[in-house]
Design a protein around this ligand. Structure first.
Ligand SMILES: Cc1cc2nc3c(=O)[nH]c(=O)nc-3n(C[C@H](O)[C@H](O)[C@H](O)COP(=O)(O)OP(=O)(O)OC[C@H]3O[C@@H](n4cnc5c(N)ncnc54)[C@H](O)[C@@H]3O)c2cc1C
Length: 475
């Protein structure tokens, strides 16, 4: 995209102020572009550099403490951001929940809802877009998963990292994926006893890929440090196991775990009951693609497809970080840096020179290989997990649809895809629009999980739709 404007600085809107969005904003702002950095959170940092809230455990408060991630990298990003904010090269529009991106001649309009209530609206104009909206957790249902005390792995981490509350005294961390390790270690650091880490993957997949782990010793050391902390805290680690039920009256009191056989089926007689008052559970992450899909960007698997410069197939739209595929904070930083430099060059009428970001490109290639191997080693949750979901288990919480109703839609009424299941049962029609329940409903229905096109990307008050605000460019 060549900028022919001579009298004003080109404007790049970056949605998402996590590692990818921050790296992109800094790279672009340092190269002559004005950046509007929008995020739904009150402070920059995203999931990885989440900042303490001003709750009981906020700065100076009495709540739990967990170690900050990569303090020095965060300090460097924060200092650079502050300098650009002071110079007016970056405008940080926090608590902006972006619900729609609109193409207009020569640019884009970014529509957002404001503040915690999300009832007011704003719109800003930009010459180009950079999407760095990260990922969200994949949650699979099981009997008892709606009990108070059952939280997602990331939710438990957000509570402890944000310094608000410790969600329980005795925890079980369960599901699958690399996120479980920092979550368990964080809960332990915040004062909980982590009774067990229950991982559905087996160790064989990891042993087969020993060569790949050796190429990224930093990640290996990170994993070993988490494992060391758990062993010191006497956490029992169970592999090839799943939580099959959560039990309790008013709130969680215990969980039942069971082993899976090589075919993903339950091993008879392997059930064990573990006493706990918090269960942190998650099965990895999925990329946030709603805004990109709304603009018509092509997807690659579950993430947004990008080229070597992190450009999507829609002119003027870049994407970086976990919206393009799940791969950790360091990969997000590398992708964001490349995207920001590419966008700045093209917006100021130059052809970008990839030699300028060669180090970031090398790091991107190495980390993409590492995370592809990690994904393969963890694999999918046991293939036959839906068999363990009883008919009366609610699978769509917003619309209170049970597994039995989903099975009836498939078996009796003949639904063959997720959309038909949704139309027949209302599963996925509620407030979250399927963001939480879609993988679970797809599993129970036996349908393929395809990336949904969800527009608007957030629930929007009718008044906002009826009278959208005039776009501005903030000073
Ligand atoms: C819940 C959770 C916990 C994690 N914990 C760890 C961990 O302990 N250790 C680890 O190594 N990795 C962890 N990860 C992974 C790590 O956070 C990511 O690798 C990294 O943060 C990805 O960076 P990103 O910039 O792509 O996205 P993110 O850091 O997710 O940033 C995306 C930003 O976009 C904003 N956003 C999204 N949609 C919109 C919208 N429509 N409007 C406005 N703003 C929007 C979000 O508020 C967020 O600030 C976690 C991820 C998640 C989801």
């Amino acid at each position: 995209m060549t900028d022919t404007r001579t009298e004003r600085t080109a404007v790049l809107a970056v949605v998402g102020a996590g590692p990818a969005g921050l790296a992109a904003a800094l790279a672009a702002a340092s190269r002559g572009v004005r950046v509007l950095l929008l995020d739904s959170a009150p402070a920059a940092g995203g999931q990885f550099y989440r900042q303490s809230a001003t709750g009981p455990g906020g700065p100076g408060g009495p709540g739990p403490r967990v170690p900050a991630h990569q303090r020095r990298t965060w300090d460097r990003l924060r200092t650079a951001l502050d300098a650009h904010l002071a110079a007016g090269r970056v405008v940080h529009l926090s608590e902006r929940h972006v619900w729609c991106l609109e193409r207009e001649s020569g640019g884009f309009v970014v529509h957002a809802l404001l503040g915690p209530e999300q009832e007011e609206s704003s719109a800003v104009r930009a010459d180009a877009m950079l999407l760095a909206t990260g990922g969200y957790e994949k949650v699979l249902p099981f009997p008892g998963w709606t009990l108070p005390g059952v939280v997602t792995a990331g939710g438990a981490q957000a509570l402890t990292k944000g310094g608000l509350v410790l969600p329980g005294r005795t925890a079980v961390v369960a599901g699958s994926g690399p996120l479980l390790l920092p979550v368990a270690a964080g809960l332990a650091a915040a004062g909980a006893r982590v009774a067990a880490l229950v991982e559905s993957a087996g160790p064989a997949g990891f042993a087969r890929r020993a060569g790949t782990w050796a190429t990224t010793p930093v990640k290996l050391a990170e994993g070993a440090a988490y494992a060391g902390r758990l062993l010191r805290g006497r956490t029992t680690v169970m592999t090839r196991h799943m939580v099959v039920a959560a039990h309790g009256g008013e709130r969680l009191e215990a969980v039942t775990v069971a082993a899976s056989d090589a075919g993903g089926g339950p091993v008879p007689g392997s059930e064990r009951r573990l006493v706990c008052d918090v269960l942190a559970v998650g099965h990895g992450l999925l990329p946030h693609t709603d805004l990109a899909a709304g603009l018509g960007c092509r997807l690659d698997g579950t993430g947004v497809e990008v080229d070597d410069e992190q450009r999507t197939d829609v002119p003027g739209v870049w994407a970086a970080g976990e919206t393009t595929g799940v791969g950790g904070a360091a990969l997000s930083l590398a992708e964001g840096h490349i995207a920001g430099r590419s966008a700045a060059a093209r917006l100021t009428g130059r052809i970008p020179d990839p030699r300028g970001w060669a180090a970031a490109a090398r790091s991107r290639a190495r980390l993409r290989r590492f995370f592809a191997a990690l994904e393969a080693a963890y694999g999918d949750p046991p293939a036959r997990w839906p068999e363990r979901v009883a008919d009366d288990t609610v699978v769509c919480r917003c619309e209170e649809v049970t597994a039995g109703a989903v099975r009836e839609a498939v078996g009796t009424l003949g639904a063959g895809d997720l959309r038909t299941v949704k139309l027949l049962t209302r599963a996925g029609m509620g407030w979250c629009q399927g963001r939480m329940c879609e993988p679970g409903v797809a599993g129970v229905a036996g349908c393929a999980l395809t990336p949904a096109r969800r527009m608007p990307a957030r629930p929007v008050p009718l008044g906002v739709l009826a009278a959208p605000p005039d776009p501005t460019t903030p000073r």
